[in-house]
Design a protein around this ligand. Structure first.
Ligand SMILES: CC(C)(COP(=O)(O)OP(=O)(O)OC[C@H]1O[C@@H](n2cnc3c(N)ncnc32)[C@H](O)[C@@H]1OP(=O)(O)O)[C@@H](O)C(=O)NCCC(=O)NCCS
Length: 223
């Protein structure tokens, strides 16, 4: 798959992902080759520093709406500094997966990014996801979200949450179908916070959680 084929939208007719079933192959952790239903292969893997330039190039091809839904406000371009921050994750408290062409990082076009970052409180984490329109409706969004949940559970976190524009029906229904609960917060008009409890309710609330029962997780600056 050449980058410009995707960039020109010629991959928009890729069929639905075949049950998100990775082929059996020995790959590093969190790496999966996924066959889309038209037989095309993509690589799901952790983001790499080399992805910065492809990320910036791909950003220019996104629709304003896709950008607004992901970043919750308009963003004209992905600055080198932002690309640097997004591609250099701290493995202790951040995780980000990309859906990329099966080419070396730096050459591969990035079609989707899903990330999660642990809050300052160390117990909750915020997610953000963008599956570009060229590869959406193929099950990748759902699959990436399940991987973020797995990572967050592995870190023994209490909750995974994300802020979603209230008119973002696709993300709200995707989150709901994964068990996330919706919450409207007075301090964030126009946004819906979707939260997934990762532990059984009884284990989930520490005394300090209970004290701040009316307080909410802070907005994560790593979004
Ligand atoms: C929301 C988004 C991540 C969905 O990605 P996707 O790869 O198209 O999602 P999937 O194909 O896995 O769809 C999973 C489910 O999501 C829901 N969904 C996805 N697109 C939908 C749409 N256009 N309308 C309604 N529901 C939709 C459905 O429940 C769907 O279930 P189905 O497969 O039974 O139809 C993608 O559209 C996106 O990146 N949007 C822009 C950025 C954004 O909104 N980010 C969220 C805020 S952080």
């Amino acid at each position: 798959m050449k980058c410009d084929e995707v960039l020109n939208g010629q991959c928009a007719n890729i069929g639905r992902m075949t049950g998100a079933s990775p082929t059996r192959e020995r790959l590093p952790p969190w790496h999966e080759r996924v066959t889309l239903s038209n037989g095309r292969q993509v690589l799901i893997r952790p983001i790499r520093p080399e992805d910065g330039e492809p990320l910036r190039a791909g950003f220019g091809l996104l629709e304003p709406d896709e950008i607004r839904q992901r970043f919750l406000h308009a963003v004209k371009e992905l600055s080198p500094e932002t690309a640097e921050r997004l591609t250099h994750v701290n493995p202790r408290n951040e995780f980000a997966l990309v859906v990329a062409e099966p080419l070396p990082p730096g050459e591969a076009l990035i079609g989707a990014v899903a990330r999660v970052a642990v809050d300052e409180n160390g117990r909750d984490a915020e997610f953000a996801i963008l599956v570009s329109r060229y590869i959406k409706h193929m099950g990748l969004g759902r699959y990436l979200m399940t991987r973020l949940v797995k990572w967050a559970k592995g870190k023994k976190l209490n909750r995974l949450y994300g802020d979603v524009l209230e008119n973002n029906g696709p993300m709200l229904s995707l989150a709901q179908s994964l068990g996330f609960q919706r919450e409207f917060r007075q301090e964030s008009p126009g946004l819906v916070r979707v939260t997934l409890e990762l532990k059984p309710r009884s284990n989930n609330r520490t005394p300090s959680d209970q004290q701040r029962s009316s307080a909410q997780p802070q907005q994560n600056q790593n979004r």
